[in-house]
Each structure stands twice: as structure tokens, then as C-alpha cells.
Design a binder for this molecule. Structure first.
Ligand SMILES: [Ca+2]
Ligand SMILES: [Ca+2]
Ligand SMILES: [Ca+2]
Ligand SMILES: [Ca+2]
Length: 305
């Protein structure tokens, strides 16, 4: 059993972001759902959040003990919080990166059964290959040419092994979708396509198989629409839908139970924008769901009752 120094139960001085640990208490009588008090950690870059700045955590069992662990972005590193299984986490382990990242993602890219961490950021896309302990990582850099990149993980070519894709902006302002299809020996087959569609930095995005062909697709937010990109299977993507909405946050899931993925968008207004999927990569006309008195900036789909 690994040595535990001391547990992180609460880190004071939250600067900009917090997360509700998945230590949830459900009362199953009727629709009465209660949560335990949240545990707070500091993440981000050690500075107050800028306008529309967004950091995201990645989740997975990095040390293969059956307990969920967390990867958090920091200014010049990622922090790995190994879960204790009761809603608490060990002291975070920091692993340096060559620059800033906002959205680390977790998947097994080399197919060895141990989760790896991918990141994109300023002049960098790379992978930290894990050994299944959560404590030892081998860093590989895949891309350095773009001013900024964000990464998505999924099986884009359908061979059963997780691949990497990035959305990026280069020094000339050109937007790119690049893909890195996983190949043996921790190598990647690269594809790059310039795209006319613009998205903010950093965008909101989610991966999902929206056209039900078992190839991972993605939905990405933009300043006037969220666009749906369906995988062609060869490392390229085709835009199949554009859902008009200023997109601060979005999520993809089957919200009406018809088996097809739907999109919900938080537009920083008083409504959520909802587009029902048809299962072929296209979506119906946007509908609007009042959000009450709050301003919508992020959204997550889940079965809460
Ligand atoms: Ca774990
Ligand atoms: Ca791996
Ligand atoms: Ca693959
Ligand atoms: Ca698909």
C-alpha cells in the first residue's frame, strides 16, 4: 500500500475555481436530491481568472486502484490528485509542462491499460504516458507550432485505441483541427486541416458519437454558434451542424431518451439552448429552456434523480 503523507481535505484560498467532489448523498424518496458540502481545491494558474477564462479538470483512475483520480491544470504543470475513495485526495503531485494548459484530458493512448494525460496549450500539444501508478509519467511533445491548442481524446478511426485531436490557432490567426491517430510504439499518425470556423480561446467542447457510427465526433463552442464535427474515420472531420448560440459552456447527452445525443448550451444569458439530435450528425431547431435567475456560463447533463 502506498504511503500517505497527509490527506488534502480542504485547501483554503480558493482563487478562481472550485469543484464539487463526487461525494454525493442521494435521498431516493421522490425527487428530493441532496448533496454533501463541497470540498474545495485551488486549481488554475495561481492568478485571478480572466474574462471567459475556463479551466477544466480531467477524471480517471490513474493508479488503477478502482478510485477516481483528478488531473488539474496549473500555471506550468498539471497536478494529479490520487483519490482515496471517500471524497478526499492525497496531496497533489505536480508534473511540469513546457507551458500553460487549460484542459488536460485523460485516456489510454498507447493501449497498455494505464491511463495517459494529454494536454494542449501555448505552443504545445503533448502526452504524458503513465505507468499505472499515477506517479511516473513520460512526456512526449506532438506539436509546437500553434499559438494555442486544446485537445480532445476519442477513437477517431475506430480501431479501438484512443486517439488525440486538437483545435488550435496559429500565429496568422488560422484555425486548425489536427488529429493524432494512435499507432504502435507510442507513435501517432498526424493529419491537419485548416478550418474557416472560428472558436474562442479556450473553447468549450465535448466528444460524443453523434452520428452513431462508433467513431468519436465532437461539438465545439464558438462566438455565434456551436458546431458539430463528425469523424470521417481517417483523421479528418466534417462539419454537419451549426447550432446558433453564443457558447460559454456546452454538454452533449441524450436528454429526451430517444437514444440520440443532444446538445445543451449555456450562453451566458438567462436560457439554456437545447438542440435535439437526430442520430445522423444533424440537429433540430434550437429550443430555449429558462434557467431562472442565474446567468448560464456552464452546463452539465446528468441523471440526478
Ligand atoms: Ca485511483
Ligand atoms: Ca497508456
Ligand atoms: Ca483509434
Ligand atoms: Ca461518429
Amino acid at each position: 500500500m502506498r504511503e500517505r503523507t497527509h490527506r488534502v481535505r480542504r485547501l483554503a484560498g480558493i482563487l478562481a475555481a472550485s469543484v464539487f467532489v463526487t461525494n454525493l448523498a442521494f435521498a431516493h424518496a421522490g425527487a428530493d436530491v441532496r448533496f454533501q458540502a463541497p470540498v474545495l481545491w485551488q486549481i488554475g494558474h495561481g492568478a485571478p481568472a480572466r474574462f471567459r477564462e475556463c479551466w477544466e479538470l480531467a477524471f480517471g483512475d490513474l493508479d488503477r486502484d478502482g478510485r477516481v483520480d483528478i488531473v488539474a491544470p496549473l500555471l506550468d504543470s498539471v497536478a494529479v490528485y490520487l483519490g482515496d475513495g471517500d471524497g478526499t485526495f492525497d496531496v497533489p503531485l505536480r508534473f511540469p509542462l513546457p507551458g500553460r494548459t487549460d484542459h488536460p484530458t485523460v485516456a489510454d493512448f498507447d493501449g497498455d491499460g494505464a491511463l495517459d494525460i494529454a494536454w494542449g496549450g501555448s505552443h504545445q500539444v503533448g502526452v504524458l504516458f503513465g505507468d499505472g501508478t499515477g506517479r511516473n509519467w513520460t512526456r512526449t511533445t506532438l506539436e509546437t507550432s500553434d499559438d494555442w491548442s486544446a485537445v480532445l481524446a476519442g477513437d477517431f478511426d475506430g480501431d479501438g485505441r484512443k486517439d488525440l485531436a486538437s483545435t488550435s490557432i496559429d500565429a496568422s490567426g488560422t484555425h486548425w483541427i489536427r488529429s493524432y491517430l494512435s499507432r504502435p510504439g507510442r507513435t501517432f499518425e498526424r493529419h491537419s486541416e485548416a478550418q474557416p470556423a472560428a472558436w474562442p480561446k479556450p473553447p468549450s467542447f465535448r466528444v460524443c458519437d453523434v452520428n452513431e457510427d462508433h467513431l468519436t465526433d465532437f461539438v465545439i463552442g464558438g462566438s455565434d454558434a456551436a458546431t458539430v464535427w463528425v469523424s470521417d474515420g481517417d483523421g479528418t472531420f466534417t462539419r454537419t451542424a451549426s447550432i446558433p448560440a453564443l457558447t460559454w459552456g456546452l454538454d452533449v447527452g441524450d436528454i429526451d431518451g430517444d437514444g440520440h445525443a443532444d446538445v445543451v448550451i449555456a450562453d451566458h444569458g438567462s436560457n439554456f439552448t437545447i438542440a435535439m439530435g437526430r442520430g445522423d450528425g444533424t440537429f433540430g431547431a434550437p429550443q430555449f429552456q429558462p434557467a431562472g435567475s442565474v446567468t448560464t456560463s456552464t452546463v452539465a447533463i446528468g441523471d440526478l434523480n
